[in-house]
Write a protein that binds this ligand. Structure first.
Ligand code: NAP
Ligand code: MG
Length: 499
């Protein structure tokens, strides 16, 4: 038996004691890693230690894969009816909903996101598990008419043991996006959370156990990316891998899949999403959405609207109002209900973002607002705006993954389409205009997996999400995600027995 982290929250938003297991969750039990070593879990608001969790190795991944294989063959997979899988997912949703505030507090403490947004994430997790609970008994193939002499039908069978690697920006939400469709379709899972934010996944593992999933259906192996993550990506008995994180690691995952068993790969990677603000928009609304687009979750959002393009006629007025709005974005303690923005997730990310702010200045862009650290402990950064940017600059081309937006002008529709699509990425884009025809025309021309009109960051469990170009492969959420987790088998029956 491994140990437990017990913590009493006494915050304006939640008071109570939580108990979170700190072991690896393998075959339905919390266990120590094979080396008995631990990883520090850090509070990004202070830089101080919260607790330590067990660290996994290749041996632990092997044990988890064996447990997952056994569960797939004997208790889950095709051995359990879809309606029963749906009941389990529904129970899990209920247990999480009953403990929303406690889980949200753990997420806010470990990740640094402010409590109301952490709570929003937990609510989205509940919705995601309920949504996929509804799909679990509706996984079905087709009958295909070929000739009177043939009966042809397809089955959508679960793939088997799937590997899932998730990031630190939306730890519990990414867990749900991954587990929901995989479990609804009957797969069993070996999942690795990010080493920077492991606690909410372990908290949920308790409820996976309590909901009654058979041992081995979900295994959570914490540890380092280049050890546990790599072992999952290379594993010969893992048939499919789903990854969310950086493009750099996404390439490694694909390479490992290619070099091992050609496992099927879906990737949700970064972005440098354009936010297009036409001169006929509602300017006050566009300002608020633009700020939400880049400062939400401290800019640590794959679909963040980090390139803000404003029509030249309203550029000065937009910049004036956007700067005023940004001045009032409150940054600080995630548990203070007045704050919108908390600390960046880790020292590494803090340094990376400050590095980009320096690079932007060296490249000749104007640091129009912000750019400084806030306070002397934790990883707080001022909401930051760059102007006078040029298309070749690194701060315009590369994903900063922090509260740093670049603002540029455009002349007309052709100009903005060229500028907006001038990126290696294609995860999302937004358009602000009151002209519906212009909105649709622009949406059609933008090369991105999601286009928002007069809003940003709207996500819904039923709506597919994923990237064009180097933002990824495949779609998460909605009915589309189910296809990532099923093999299609065609059965051809010769009815009249003729050759
Ligand atoms: P990352 O390294 O790609 O981390 C994502 C996940 O991959 C983590 O669980 C990580 O584990 C794991 N990992 C790392 N190296 C691995 C490897 N060789 N094989 C298998 N798994 C591996 O992302 P990061 O370094 O935390 O963040 C860097 C950049 O990634 C950010 O600045 C941002 O641009 C991008 N990012 C994008 C998203 C997104 O939602 N699209 C999310 C997070 C980050 P460890 O945590 O143990 O390293
Ligand atoms: Mg942490």
């Amino acid at each position: 038996m491994s140990s437990t982290w017990t913590h009493t929250f006494n915050t304006p938003v939640f008071k109570g004691t939580v108990e979170v297991p700190t072991g690896l969750f393998i075959n339905g039990k919390f266990v120590d890693g094979s080396t008995k070593q631990a990883i520090d879990v850090i509070n990004p608001s202070t830089g101080q230690l919260i607790t330590k969790i067990s660290v996994g190795t290749l041996d632990d991944v092997n044990t988890a894969v064996k447990a997952a294989q056994h569960a797939f063959e004997t208790t889950y997979g095709l051995a359990m009816r879809g309606s029963d899988r749906g009941l389990l997912l529904g129970k899990l949703a209920q247990l999480i909903e009953d403990n929303t505030d406690a889980i949200a507090c753990v997420e806010a403490l470990d990740n640094g996101k402010t409590f109301p947004f952490a709570k929003g994430d937990v609510q989205a997790v509940v919705a995601c598990f309920r949504y996929y609970a509804g799909w679990a008994d509706k996984i079905q193939g087709k009958t295909i008419e070929t000739s009177e002499a043939q009966l042809v039908y397809t089955r959508h069978e679960p793939i088997g043991v799937v590997g899932q690697i998730i990031p630190w920006n939306f730890p519990i939400l990414m867990l749900a996006w991954k587990l929901g469709p995989a479990l609804a379709t009957g797969n069993t899972v070996v999942l690795k959370p990010s080493e920077f934010t492991p606690l909410s996944a372990l908290f949920v593992a308790k409820y996976i156990q309590e909901a009654g999933f058979p041992p081995g259906v979900v295994n959570i192996v914490n540890g380092y990316g280049n050890v546990v993550g790599q072992s999952i990506a290379e594993h010969m008995d893992i048939e499919k891998i789903a990854f969310t994180g950086s493009t750099l690691v996404g390439r490694k995952i694909m390479e490992a899949a290619a070099k091992s068993n050609l496992k099927n790969v879906t990737l949700e990677l970064g972005g440098k999403s354009p936010n297009v603000i036409f001169d006929d928009c509602n300017l006050d609304d566009a300002v608020k959405w633009a700020a939400f687009g880049i400062f939400f979750n401290h800019g640590q959002v794959c679909c963040a609207g980090s390139r803000i393009f404003v029509h030249e006629k309203i550029y000065d007025e937009f910049l004036h109002r956007f700067t005023e709005y940004t001045r009032n974005v409150k940054v600080g303690d995630p548990f203070d209900p007045d704050n919108f923005q908390g600390p960046q997730v880790s020292q590494v990310q803090y340094e990376r973002i400050m590095g980009y702010i320096k690079t932007g200045q060296e490249e000749g862009a104007t640091l129009h607002h912000g750019g400084e650290r806030i306070g002397s402990e934790g990883y707080f950064i001022q909401p930051t705006i760059f102007t006078d940017v040029k298309p070749h600059m690194r701060i315009v081309r590369e994903e900063i993954f922090g509260p740093v937006g670049v603002v540029a002008k455009f002349r007309d529709e052709d100009d903005i389409i060229a500028q907006a699509n001038d990126t290696l990425y294609g995860l999302a884009a937004a358009v602000f205009t009151r002209d519906i025809v212009k909105a649709v025309r622009t949406a059609n021309r933008l090369k991105a997996g999601t286009v928002w009109v007069n809003c940003v960051n709207h996500l819904h469990t039923a709506v597919p999400f994923g990237g064009y170009k180097q933002s990824g492969i495949g779609r998460e959420l909605g009915e589309y995600a189910l296809a990532n987790y099923t093999h299609v088998k065609a059965v051809q029956i010769n009815v009249d027995m003729q050759l």
